[in-house]
Design a protein around this ligand. Structure first.
Ligand code: COA
Length: 260
């Protein structure tokens, strides 16, 4: 599939999306959101694609934020629509019930940081920098930054980062649990692929159900979340993959999951 602002590749059982406006540090413009939306929809609908890696082109930026040149927002209505559109697409990415790994290869600022936080797992390069500097432009994070960052690293540190507009490096981001792991940039994509292949070698139906259940914890009370988990547990117990996984363990062999 060809897009104007992203590169969309399919490798065996997974897809790689590369944000591709390197001369603008992969800033997220309207066209890129449209392209991302179409690519995510394609992945949702295509059963042969079981996971996704999202990265940026070049060695400088994952994405340096929403395209500031497109911020012609003259009133609260246009601002709200702008925020809701990007937010909806990031939610769609997060809600993709297939593993999404962000390979964060440099600046992840503003909308770029929010997009990274919408991935299920984040690996970052040593030169990555994270921040939500929107208040320096007279706005606030509008694609989930105030919500997801608070969930990931807690309220006090989120307050400090958003209000001070400071950037943090990859080591600090890992210390705060904003990202999972840090690698030299030359290894970042391969490490991300290695992890995704390991995930996809498990029973995919169980992987998808686990993602679903983990994500539900953000929206549900503990008792509702436990009920949801039990429902998902029940669903996977009806699969051939479950029988295969347990039989293979008892027969001391590698399971051959078929995704049914
Ligand atoms: N929107 C639009 N264009 C952007 C951009 C953004 N968010 N971030 C970078 N660019 C563009 C620059 O305008 C420049 O374009 P030009 O070469 O046509 O002038 C190009 O990308 C390179 O950026 P530059 O600022 O020259 O690189 P730098 O190494 O000096 O600084 C950053 C890098 C990331 C620190 C700096 O680009 C920056 O602060 N970007 C904005 C971050 C931000 O506020 N994001 C939140 C947006 S809501």
């Amino acid at each position: 599939m060809n897009f104007e602002t992203i590169i969309f590749e399919i490798r065996d059982t997974f897809a790689i999306i590369t944000l591709n406006r390197p001369d603008k540090l992969n800033a997220l413009n309207k066209q890129m959101f449209n392209d991302l939306n179409s690519a995510i929809e394609y992945i949702e609908l295509n059963d042969d694609i079981c996971g996704l890696i999202l990265t940026g082109s070049g060695e400088k930026a994952f994405a340096a934020g929403a395209d500031i040149a497109e911020l012609h927002l003259s009133d609260s209505k246009s601002g709200r629509i702008f925020s809701e559109y990007g937010s909806k697409i990031m939610m769609r990415l997060e809600q993709l019930r297939k593993p999404v790994i962000g390979a964060i290869n440099g600046f992840a600022l503003g909308g770029g940081c929010e997009l990274a936080m919408s991935c299920h797992i984040r690996y970052a390069s040593e030169n990555a920098k994270f921040g939500l500097p929107e208040v320096s432009l007279g706005i606030i994070p509008g694609y989930g930054g105030t919500q997801r960052m608070t969930q990931l690293i807690g309220r006090a540190k989120t307050m400090e980062l958003i209000l001070s507009t400071s950037f943090i490096n990859a080591i600090e981001a890992k210390r705060l649990n904003l990202i999972n792991e840090v690698y030299p940039i030359s290894e970042l994509l391969n490490k991300s692929i290695e992890l995704l292949n390991k995930i996809l070698s498990q029973g995919n139906l169980a992987v998808f159900a686990a993602i679903d259940s983990i994500l539900s914890s953000s929206d549900l009370s503990l008792s509702d979340g436990l009920a949801y988990e039990s429902r998902k547990f029940g669903e996977v117990c009806g699969t051939k993959d479950f029988k295969e996984g347990t039989s293979a363990f008892l027969e001391k062999r590698k399971p051959e999951f078929k995704g049914n």
